[in-house]
Design a protein around this ligand. Structure first.
Ligand SMILES: [Zn+2]
Length: 244
């Protein structure tokens, strides 16, 4: 679609709210964590598992109203092992997989939205969702990132993981705790699903070789950026441990 090149692709994604033929596409929605797995970091006040389930249920409602077939990997406060989540996703043809998470870190000032993908087939979906969620959020843009999270590596359909803000950031936690903001997140993610084929170009941060690039940067960067890199990879490492 050549016309898209001259336009902001988030406009294109918004236009496609009504344009997509949603017939026969199944969206598998994966609410992060659940049951004994609260998500986040020890001592975190707002439980990630509750926020992810609520946004996922709202997303289901928005997508169902648009005509999508929707499957939830969990629809209550239960623990579902990651291989089970992947098996559910992989049991559908012509499907996409959307994992909902919120971020956490010891550094309270850290904030922003991140969207992860792994297979190249998943990049347009990640880009479309990310632009719309960032556009509707008070949070900063931490970028689309490629990383080998278990649920992204093991799924054989387009799969993304959205980190909808930091629950350890007082401002973002306050937003996340309002129903209207969670509804907004669901609407923007749904719009990204509808507009996933309208993304003209997409850039991302490659984190598939984090350990190697970290050694490189601490050797060559000045102290401040090396420190920043360490704290961000520490956070991501914690999240990856829980996501595997
Ligand atoms: Zn999580």
């Amino acid at each position: 679609m050549v016309a898209l090149v001259t336009r902001d692709s988030s406009d294109a994604a918004r236009d496609s709210r009504t344009a997509e033929s949603s017939d026969s596409v199944t969206v598998v929605i994966d609410a992060g964590h659940g049951g004994h797995d609260r998500g986040g970091i020890p001592g975190q006040r707002v439980a990630e598992k509750d926020m992810t389930l609520d946004v996922s249920q709202r997303l289901r409602n928005v997508l169902s109203a648009s005509g999508y077939r929707v499957v939830m990997t969990r629809d209550s406060d239960v623990f579902v092992p990651l291989p089970t989540r992947v098996a559910i996703a992989n049991s559908y043809r012509n499907a996409i997989f959307v994992c909902i998470h919120f971020n956490a870190t010891q550094r309270r000032s850290a904030g922003g939205i991140e969207t992860y993908f792994y297979s190249r087939d998943s990049l347009p979906l990640a880009s479309a969702i990310h632009r719309l969620v960032v556009g509707g959020a008070p949070s900063s843009n931490r970028g689309v990132r490629r990383r080998g999270y278990y649920v992204l590596r093991k799924t054989n359909i387009p799969a993304v993981l959205v980190e909808c803000g930091f629950l350890t950031n007082p401002t973002e936690a306050a937003y996340a705790q309002t129903a209207s903001y969670r509804e907004k997140l669901a609407e923007e993610i749904a719009a990204g699903v509808r507009g996933r084929n309208s993304v003209a170009s997409a850039s991302f941060i490659d984190q598939t070789r984090v350990a190697r690039s970290e050694r490189h940067s601490s050797k060559h960067s000045h102290k401040k950026s090396a420190r920043k890199k360490r704290s961000s990879s520490k956070r991501s490492g914690a999240e990856e441990a829980s996501a595997q």
